[in-house]
Design a protein around this ligand. Sequence first.
Ligand code: SF4
Length: 191
Amino acid sequence: MFSLTPSHIIQYLYCPRFTYFEYVLAIPQYEEKHVKAMKGREIHDQRLEQNKDYLRRRIGVKEKFLDQYLTNEMLRGRIDEVLLLKDGSYAPLDYKFTFFDEKIYSTYKTQLICYAVLIEENFFGSVNKGYLVYTRSKNKLVEVYIEERDKEKVKQSANEIFEIIENNFFPKATKYKRKCLSCTYGNVCIK
Ligand code: SF4
């Protein structure tokens, strides 16, 4: 069985039918050229920023593990940093090569929750928070709390994604109809 990335979970949570159209019917989502260009620039910035070692002082990190590729039976992901904190718990840290605009996007939080699930299984310790570093806001460090129910929701979503992909299950449309207005699958989806 193949494993899922945080992007699979994020798409599914946006609308379960994204999973169906992309992975059962193999209709790719449209990705704009400038999004691809941004990704290239982010990789460049990442190399510059990740070498900075300011985190130990700011949040009391006992040890950190860089660039960790982790897997379990459901998920896989490459985590910029896994931090061992003073209290013995672990936390994922993810660099965002953008500005902090005073809110934490649900997509960023979902990504951290996926990482939390992976860290707990691979490092055999608990994870109850994660960190985001916004490199274009002077490396602003933002703490994000992660609860048990968040991790359960990710695991449940992963199981539901496998159900869609393996059994060609056609899921319900999103409850939030405004999402359909700008949806790339709007012309093939019967709401
Ligand atoms: S049109 Fe609406 S229900 Fe259909 S895939 Fe898009 S967001 Fe989901």
